[in-house]
Design a protein around this ligand. Sequence first.
Ligand code: ADP
Ligand code: MG
Length: 326
Amino acid sequence: PRLANQIAAGEVVERPASVVKELVENSLDAGASKIEIDIEKGGHKRIRLRDNGCGIDKQELELALSRHATSKISTLDDLEQILSLGFRGEALASISSVSRLTLTSKPASQAQAWQAHCEGREMAVKLNPVAHPDGTTIDVADLFYNTPARRKFLRAEKTEFQHIDDVIRRIALSHPEVTFILRHNDKVMRRFLAVDKTDFAARIAAVAGQKFVRNAVYCHSEYHGITLEAWLGNEHVLRSSTDCQFSFVNGRGMRDKLILHAIRQAYESAWGTVEQPAFVVYLTVPPSDVDVNVHPAKHEVRFQQSRLVHDFISKTVADALQPQSD
Ligand code: ADP
Ligand code: MG
């Protein structure tokens, strides 16, 4: 399974930012209200995440690291098939196959915290009792140390950190109720303090700047069970905000072409050509109307009624952007 894990890791673990994304999503799944992420050297050297979530039972620790469907791989065809499907539900196993991973956890119900360390060709997991508060710490050191080809693709420290920062900002925008603290080489780079879970404006202000929220056009609309809540950048912030395009579908960050197209079209019809509109858009659709698993890695969705969704977004945004005539 070692080889299979490494091949799988190539898919899930593209770069340090992909590790961070998987780890943060696990913490959110665990109900954490505080997540601290420490990065060293753009994540090449170390990614350490601490949360105050539900923790992992001692007897589950090994399982969390080793569970892996790819152990069933016997032919190249199997492999190709799995690669084309992407790997879900196996992030920790994949990451541990290409790094020196230490997992420490204490569920509130357990008196003692346990630490699992995973390294070496057989992926032998060793368990030790340690001191640790309720919650989980995952330490991922020397990412890709044993996969030189993958390591070669790593960019400069600053670039890799930028990707990590993007991941954190994006996730933070859809979880105002969670505190996120991001450090790079011991310096605090982001500190988003928890607010009410519906207070998106406060979280957007923390992530995209007070100025963005103050100047943005706000809109909120509902149609056939679809709701759209959006903060639309005005001319003032447009030119400098190429990095501020965020869309969410049912709470998940998406870079969906249909959504982007609808928004761009709305800006163009309201204001003429706009190269990079800045926006934060939350779309909620009935779960039965959307397939989010079309392309998990590419953050794309498929809507049952894509035309309707597109036109609803486009019209709502265009209307909001029209200059008020009173
Ligand atoms: P998945 O999240 O798809 O189940 P992962 O490999 O990401 O697969 O995680 C494996 C398991 O380890 C999870 O299902 C969960 O039970 C446990 N786990 C991972 N991270 C955490 C965490 N931060 N807190 C609590 N449990 C965790
Ligand atoms: Mg996971």
